[in-house]
Write a protein that binds this ligand. Structure first.
Ligand SMILES: NC(=O)c1ccc[n+]([C@@H]2O[C@H](COP(=O)([O-])OP(=O)(O)OC[C@H]3O[C@@H](n4cnc5c(N)ncnc54)[C@H](OP(=O)(O)O)[C@@H]3O)[C@@H](O)[C@H]2O)c1
Length: 341
């Protein structure tokens, strides 16, 4: 059995990882860690799991975690994973980090957008960006996997087939994305409490959201020409899910059928990508509590625009689900092992 630890196990994504690992037939949970001195039972946080599960969430003991674990998931805030990844790598564990701390090859970009000096730059060279569908080969050999952000996951999966096949203009890409509030993590803030959210809908961090450089970075890696995007996130009065509506302009002479066949070919072996039939659009209730990314593509001949809509569950395909999918790829299991009954 593969021995897995989760650090930050009381957080939203840490709990989702723990729940997926419990269902995984080839995995045993070696440690669930948090900062509190007093241990608590996992079932206090996941009351719907079997009463027979007697796992505890206990205070970090890094030596013990390192000794007992083949894979360590860091479900920690940005700027905190920086402090912890190396000690587990030194014990030969595979580290899957859910924060942004290892997503950028250019240190200056990270330091600007996360307002933090990068204290383990030497690890960046070998860190692999963990967008499962795009980087499978590299993930299968990586020791440090930088799990993508939730908005980048939906945006990049929506645009990858078009950019890789040079079917669209790379300027003027508009990503209009809406997220549920669990994207902000478990701790409450003035902006995300019920009274502010309920019956409300608003844009936030327009032009200044930290996911825009990550999206640009990854889209540029897919494209021969430099990509220019406008990314506007919105906050929905919902708990989970991200729906992204993406507007691009197709290149002259690119037919609708060429566009659709690019998606079919690109994702033909991707079990968690579902392409919607012509005339239907992805919706959040189809992907909530799943690791799927649903993608719908429409060509508007009048404006020459292609409209791509993607839907994911931010806590699963946008975080914990993709992290476990990456563990499966890295450790030689079927990609969907543990996801379905
Ligand atoms: N939520 C999403 O949809 C989503 C999607 C993609 C990626 N991510 C990324 O995944 C990571 C975890 O997100 P989340 O939503 O699970 O956050 P969360 O609910 O706030 O959980 C964070 C966990 O980290 C612990 N923690 C906080 N500060 C710490 C410190 N200084 N040292 C050690 N542990 C600390 C917290 O402990 P306490 O419980 O004691 O505070 C908690 O267990 C973040 O980097 C986030 O950006 C999240």
């Amino acid at each position: 059995m593969l021995r897995c630890a989760v650090i930050g196990a009381k957080g939203y994504t840490g709990l989702e990882i723990a729940e997926l690992l419990l269902k995984h037939p080839d995995v045993t949970i070696s440690y669930l860690a948090d900062m509190d001195d007093k241990p608590v039972m996992l079932k206090e946080y996941l009351p719907h799991i079997s009463p027979k599960v007697d796992l505890q969430i206990a205070k970090y003991d890094f030596d013990e975690i390192g000794e007992k674990s083949d894979v360590v998931f860091l479900a920690l805030p940005h700027r905190v994973s920086l402090l912890y990844a190396e000690q587990f790598l030194n014990k030969n564990a595979v580290v899957i980090d859910l924060s942004a701390d290892y997503r950028f090859k250019k240190v200056a970009v990270y330091e600007k957008w996360y307002d933090k000096k990068h204290t383990s730059k030497h690890l960046l060279k070998d860190a692999v960006y963990g967008l499962s569908e795009l980087n499978k080969e590299a993930i299968s050999k990586a020791q440090l996997i930088a799990n993508p952000g939730c908005f980048p996951t939906g945006s990049i999966l929506g645009l990858a087939p078009l950019l890789r096949n040079e079917l669209i203009k790379t300027e003027g890409i508009v990503i209009d994305a809406k997220t549920g509030v669990s994207g902000a993590g478990r701790n409450p803030s003035a902006a995300n409490h019920f009274g502010e959210l309920h019956e409300n809908f608003k844009a936030y961090k327009v032009n200044v959201h930290q996911h825009s450089p990550e999206i640009v970075d990854q889209l540029n890696a897919l494209s021969k020409e430099e990509v220019k995007i406008t990314f506007v996130p919105h906050l929905l009065p919902l708990s989970r899910g991200i729906l992204s509506t993406i507007y691009v302009e197709r290149k002259n002479g690119v037919t609708e059928s060429k566009i659709h066949s690019a998606y079919e070919k690109f994702y033909k072996e991707s079990i968690f990508i579902r392409l919607k039939a012509k005339g239907t659009s992805p919706q959040l209730k189809d992907v909530a509590y799943t690791n799927f990314c649903d993608i719908g593509v429409t060509v508007d001949a009048k404006s020459n625009r292609v409209i791509i809509i993607t839907a994911i569950d931010n806590l699963l395909k946008g975080a914990a689900g993709q992290a476990v999918q990456n563990m499966n790829i890295r450790c030689g299991f079927a990609e969907d092992c543990g996801f379905f009954e």
